[in-house]
Write a protein that binds this ligand. Structure first.
Ligand code: NAP
Length: 247
């Protein structure tokens, strides 16, 4: 129970990778805030976690691209738990299109939800971490942010942006005992990737040396490591969880 007494906010935790991260941290004793734009999904996940593990879990609906909603989500967390130890910036979306067909709206939406959100949530949370002189921020980037992808200029720009943000903030906050790292997943089986056409999934799988798609739990284990004391000397790092896809 290495996370007993710790409090974690996980964004986009109603389902998929975020949900697996929340479960993993709760299974090791952390109290969790399940933040999602989908209120029902957030409540369902919080309920499941409370029934399964003896921790506190609360659901908070917030659009992570909206500064006011992010600030009230963080205030509500402090009201409930009086501290925040881990922030997992996981919420993300795709709006794929080839560049010449990509609309300004598709560009802005992905940059807002996938990148601006990381700035908004981190800024709102770190003031509390600074006071505590302890914190762990883990950002969920993507291998697409490392190597690009046809039809994903908006998504890859946002995910690459997260990497630059991670390294800058890691430097800014290191003196306060706050580490900031990122995880770059490859092809992970969730609703986000299940929606893709069969031939695209087969093509992605061919690029994975380990020969299988990743599971949300594969990402959750690495996030838990980055939150743990074993990772206390790691900051500004980007860890691929991709079965070798982007090496
Ligand atoms: P997912 O199954 O689509 O889950 C994402 C969750 O985030 C959903 O519950 C979604 O709610 C929520 N969300 C969307 N927009 C939001 C907003 N504005 N504010 C708050 N919550 C919001 O996605 P996933 O596959 O678990 O992906 C999680 C993260 O990993 C994303 O950042 C993604 O880019 C990254 N990632 C995924 C893969 C992969 O292969 N799956 C690979 C690399 C990186 P709704 O259901 O209402 O949209």
């Amino acid at each position: 129970m290495r996370f007993e007494g710790k409090v974690a906010i996980i964004t986009g935790a109603g389902r998929g990778i975020g949900k697996a991260i929340a479960e993993r941290l709760a299974s090791e004793g952390a109290d969790v805030v399940i933040c999602d734009i989908d209120e029902e999904a957030a409540e369902r996940t919080a309920e499941e976690i409370k029934n399964k593990y003896s921790v506190k879990a609360i659901a908070i609906r917030a659009d992570v691209a909206n500064g006011e909603e992010v600030n009230s989500m963080v205030e509500e967390t402090i009201k409930n738990f009086a501290r925040i130890d881990f922030l997992i910036n996981n919420a993300g979306i795709t709006r794929d299109s080839l560049l010449l067909r990509m609309s300004e709206e598709e560009w802005e939406k992905v940059i807002s939800v996938d990148l601006k959100s990381v700035f908004l949530c981190t800024k709102a949370v770190v003031r509390h971490m600074m006071r505590q002189r302890f914190g762990r921020v883990v950002n969920i980037s993507s291998v697409i942010g490392l190597r690009g992808n046809v039809g994903q200029a908006n998504y890859s720009a946002a995910k690459a942006g997260i990497i630059g943000f991670t390294k800058s903030i890691a430097r800014e906050l290191a003196g306060r005992n706050i580490t900031v790292n990122a995880v770059a997943p490859g092809y992970i089986q969730t609703e986000m990737t299940e929606r893709l056409p069969q031939e695209v999934k087969e093509e992605m799988l061919k690029q994975v040396p380990l020969g299988r798609p990743g599971q949300p739990e594969d990402v959750a284990g690495v996030v838990a490591f980055l939150c743990s004391d074993d990772a206390s000397y790691i900051t500004g790092e980007i860890i691929r969880v991709d079965g070798g896809m982007a090496m």
